[in-house]
Design a protein around this ligand. Structure first.
Ligand code: CU
Length: 185
């Protein structure tokens, strides 16, 4: 139902328009009425306003809850839990200042990969970028955890995917990069 929000970068913007366009329309209508049609104080009874307010607050809560429930299945942790591990390539990543050890850097289109990532010294990030520059996901790596931070990603297009650290980790943080190569299957 909410797939459109997650397929390209415009979903959140479109959703904002759903809210903004009715808001601006009603706002302009009220301004127009008060400026040119009837500028006298409102004759609406207070009790009616209070009822309208209840309707408004209940609708906002309903939309908020509905959107949250509908988007649970898009959460990375929920999606990762649903992956069939038999078809997933396991890749180990170790982050340290200021480089990555990656057990495999070559993948095929359509392949699902579970990146299990650990940091050995300080806080680092492991962010994957699409060849066109879009950020696909990022993780925060806390040193000293027993369990690796794990993300499953399925490559859908060939190209060179940049890996970057997005957690400031010291003087050479900007140089903490790597590259994954994805080829057509
Ligand atoms: Cu860093």
């Amino acid at each position: 139902m909410l797939d459109f929000m997650y397929q390209n970068g415009w979903g959140a913007f479109t959703t904002l328009l759903f809210i903004e366009i009715p808001f601006v329309t009603i706002f302009m209508y009220v301004i127009f009425r008060k400026s040119f049609v009837d500028s006298a104080p409102s004759s609406t009874k207070h009790s009616k306003l209070a009822r309208l307010e209840v309707v408004w607050v209940v609708s906002v809560i309903a939309v908020f809850v509905a959107l949250n429930v509908a988007s649970i299945r898009y959460m990375p942790t929920v999606q990762a839990a649903q992956v069939n591990e038999q078809n997933v390539k396991q890749v180990k990543v170790t982050a340290r200042s200021w480089s990555y050890d990656i057990s495999d850097r070559n993948f095929k289109v359509g392949q699902s990969v579970r990146f299990s990532i650990k940091s050995t010294d300080t806080q680092h990030g492991f962010a994957l970028y699409h060849p066109d520059g879009r950020l696909l996901f990022t993780t925060m790596l806390i040193p000293g955890l027993n369990k690796a931070t794990s993300v499953v990603y399925t490559f859908t297009e060939p190209g060179k995917y940049k890996v970057r650290c997005l957690e400031y980790c010291g003087i050479a943080h900007h140089a903490m990069q790597d590259e994954l190569i994805v080829t057509a299957s």
